[in-house]
Design a protein around this ligand. Structure first.
Ligand code: TYM
Length: 393
């Protein structure tokens, strides 16, 4: 029997799972074996499974859980940071935060392998550089926890095509006449539902564009709970009041996104400061010449105000309006650029240290072990409820 080296034993073993040990030393055998058999779960990885496993339990007992992910199809940008990543960081003290890198979602559109690998590495480094702490948060790569893909298939079989047809991201790409869209892109909301439901989170912090997918996740969870008995917690999307949809600097009617064709509308977290400043100074505004928060009539100015407010602890718009009353767009843009560059400089300094430290592999191994300890029993519970399992593992 494997001996626990720290803290209290795992006491919440699901009834149907065979266990190792008894009383204080009771652990689900399947989870232990699976985890020890996988990379990152073995003692020689330097990441003791027990620490990860018990860490997960301890935090579970006292905190509500949050889960979210980012799909690094390109470099992370200011929209990802303001709408999502900075929020993960601020929630990690109060909540049990699970933040993963959605690399399966990346390949729903064609990727250059070398570029993808670099983007994944940068994404982990940026998670850490922006302040996610692996001691508080579970950080891992989606493909390192294979249960995501397996539950993803099950979710796909419980999603209606009519629902997938209504998802705006796929509809938009189709409407733009994009050819050879992949089946993965069409069904990715089902995989996203699996990413979420496999951890039973209470909340899913996302920017506005992902709210629709969390709502679909809720519908699938409710459908499956009605059919098979209570399997999943119904998660709530958590969309920030300010900064949930940062717009392109060149076209404030469009979302800031990695697929910005001109590259001038999007500020990447790893842009050099001169480039970032230039992009902000060149941001599209209007001819009214007043700094007022009016997204309908002054979308460019409103977008810059959202950026400034989000990066200054959600400073009220009225305060920003008062500060810039009687001043021109040049002064205002300079203030926004100063704030953005200050933030980027801090992030990039830490990013360079993290890349140099070589810590990424350990962080991912530890995160994957913690995540598997939650995902494996959940997948088993779901498969058993559906009637898919014969052998008791
Ligand atoms: P992704 O990679 O497109 O975006 C990651 C997060 O960043 C937010 N975001 C923005 N917020 C404000 N302004 C913007 N311009 C902006 N652009 C992006 C997104 O809303 C998101 O919160 N499918 C997801 C990744 C994913 C996921 C999950 C998320 C996969 N599984 C499970 C949550 C839970 C995606 O493509 O996000």
């Amino acid at each position: 029997m494997v001996k626990c080296r720290c803290g209290p034993a795992y006491s919440g073993v699901p009834e149907h799972l065979p266990v190792i040990g008894s009383g204080e030393n009771r652990y689900p055998a399947k989870v232990i074996q699976q985890t020890l058999n996988k990379p990152g779960g073995t003692a020689h990885s330097g990441v003791p499974f027990w620490d990860a496993f018990l860490f997960t339990r301890r935090r579970n007992q006292s905190m509500k859980r949050m889960l979210s992910g980012i799909k690094p199809t390109g470099q992370l940008h200011l929209g990802n940071y303001i709408g999502a990543l900075s929020k993960f960081v601020s929630y990690q003290d109060e909540y049990e935060m699970i933040a993963f890198i959605a690399n399966l979602h990346c390949i729903t559109v064609p990727q250059d392998p070398a570029e993808l690998q670099k983007n994944l590495q940068d994404c982990v480094a940026l998670y850490l550089a922006c302040g996610l702490d692996p001691k508080k948060s579970t950080i891992f790569l989606q493909t390192d926890v294979k249960e995501h893909a397996q539950l993803g298939y099950i979710m796909c079989c419980h999603t209606y095509m009519g629902e997938l047809n209504r998802m705006t991201q796929f509809k938009d790409k189709q409407a733009h006449g994009e050819k050879n869209l992949s089946g993965g892109l069409y069904t990715y909301p089902s995989l996203m539902a699996a990413d979420i439901l496999i951890y039973d989170p209470d909340y899913v912090p996302v920017g506005e564009d992902q709210k629709q997918h969390v709502e679909l996740t809720r519908d699938i969870a409710i459908r499956m709970n009605n059919r098979y008995g209570r399997l999943f917690k119904i998660p709530e999307p958590l969309v920030p009041k300010v900064g949930a949809r940062i717009m392109s600097l060149t076209d404030p009617s469009k979302k800031m996104s990695k697929s910005d064709e001109t590259n001038k509308g999007c500020i990447y977290l790893l842009d050099d400061l001169k480039t970032a400043r230039k992009k902000i100074m060149g941001a599209k505004t209007d001819s009214l010449g007043i700094i007022k928060y009016d997204p309908e009539n002054q979308p460019g100015v409103a977008n810059l105000m959202q950026i400034l407010s989000s990066l200054s602890d959600n400073r009220p718009m009225a305060e920003i309006e008062a500060e810039f009353a009687g001043k021109g767009y040049g002064d205002f843009k300079r203030a926004v650029a100063d704030k953005v560059c200050e933030e980027l400089e801090m992030i990039q300094g830490r990013y360079n240290e993290i890349i140099a430290s070589g810590m990424i592999e350990d962080v991912l191994n530890e995160g994957a072990a913690k995540a598997r300890a939650l995902a494996a029993p959940k997948l088993e519970t779901v498969q058993r409820a559906i009637g898919m399992e014969i052998i008791s593992k």
